[in-house]
Design a protein around this ligand. Structure first.
Ligand code: NAD
Length: 292
């Protein structure tokens, strides 16, 4: 079994980006600038945004954090997105999800200029991705593809089973894995909460991607010997032994599944960190596209 080390790989990609930023600086070119919008004080969202800002600093990107109170109106949030769209110094915009009930997430996502939509959630970027055209790919699926590519995992002709059909992970990763690309060229089965015989389908996977948000849902008897297992799940589970009062759990029962797998991602230290690396790559890409 080989551990798919998201920490190491993410650091490697970020180091490549750091050198690229230095080169740009020396050539008098623009420094990529990511603007993050955070609404409210949700603990997990605070952690994610803080981590994204910290990684920007590490690479040498410029970053701006814009905070709104939980009760912000939809119009005020849309006005800010519009301002960022027109701010010539800003290359990438991300609005941290989830958003409070009074805000229509779709309206906000659609309001972000596709060129600056480094989260890859806008219908334009999703449509382009489906057609195989250049696009900002949603950071988590992009991070998974990078991991498969850098570890040179053979995917062509394999059966890939994805559990979970969210717009940000399940749907896009199932499309990417089926594309005529490397990695890609898989025969893909997309499973969800209404899937029958899920365990049987899961057992037939050469590559299993779990993105459903149910801690340790994937047990050893749901995994074929030698399968590649990608665990996207991140759930905070109460744990009194931790100072924070919780631990982070993935969707895969790692201890039992790992010995059966050929490759597996840990949680934490797997897909989560690759998501950050992918976001940074999208931001660099956005900067380069805008330059052209
Ligand atoms: P979601 O929470 O929006 O949806 C869950 C999906 O799982 C749904 O499509 C549902 O049909 C499916 N599902 C639920 N129960 C199921 C069951 N019993 N059997 C089969 N399918 C079932 O999904 P999401 O936003 O993609 O999040 C999934 C998990 O991934 C969460 O733990 C989330 O925190 C995590 N996540 C991690 C990253 C990362 O960077 N690692 C990024 C995004 C999401």
């Amino acid at each position: 079994m080989t551990l798919l080390d998201g920490k190491k790989l993410s650091e490697q990609i970020q180091e490549e980006l750091r050198l690229k930023v230095l080169e740009r600086k020396n050539a008098g070119k623009k420094i990529p600038h990511l603007a993050a919008v955070l609404v409210g004080t949700n603990g997990a969202s605070e952690t994610y945004v803080a981590s994204k800002v910290k990684h920007c600093e590490k690479i040498g990107f410029k970053s701006t954090l814009i905070r709104f109170e939980e009760k912000v109106s939809e119009i005020d949030l849309l006005t800010e997105v519009n301002r960022l769209n027109h701010d010539t110094d800003v290359d990438g915009i991300l609005v941290q999800l989830p958003l409070p009930k009074q805000i229509d997430v779709e309206k906000v996502t659609e309001a972000i200029s596709p060129v600056k939509d480094v989260d890859g959630f806008s219908p334009v970027n999703i449509g382009k991705m489906v057609k195989g055209l250049p696009a900002h790919i949603a950071a988590t699926p992009y991070g998974i593809m990078l991991m498969l590519e850098r570890y040179k995992i053979e995917t062509s002709g394999k059966h890939c089973v994805v559990i979970g059909r969210s717009d940000i992970v399940g749907k896009p990763i199932s499309i990417l894995m089926a594309q005529n690309s490397i990695p890609g060229n898989c025969t893909v089965t997309l499973c969800h909460s209404r899937t029958k015989n899920l365990e049987e389908i899961s057992r037939s996977a050469d590559i299993l991607i779990a993105a459903l948000g149910k801690p340790e849902f994937v047990k050893a008897d749901m995994v074929k010997e030698g399968a590649v297992v990608i665990d996207v799940g991140i759930t905070r589970v109460p744990d009194e032994t931790k100072k924070s009062g919780f631990r982070i759990a993935g969707d895969v029962a790692f201890d039992k599944v790992a010995p059966k797998s050929s490759y597996i991602t840990p949680v934490p230290g797997g897909v989560g960190l690759m998501t950050i690396a992918a976001l940074m790559l999208n931001t660099m890409n956005a900067c380069e596209i805008r330059e052209k």
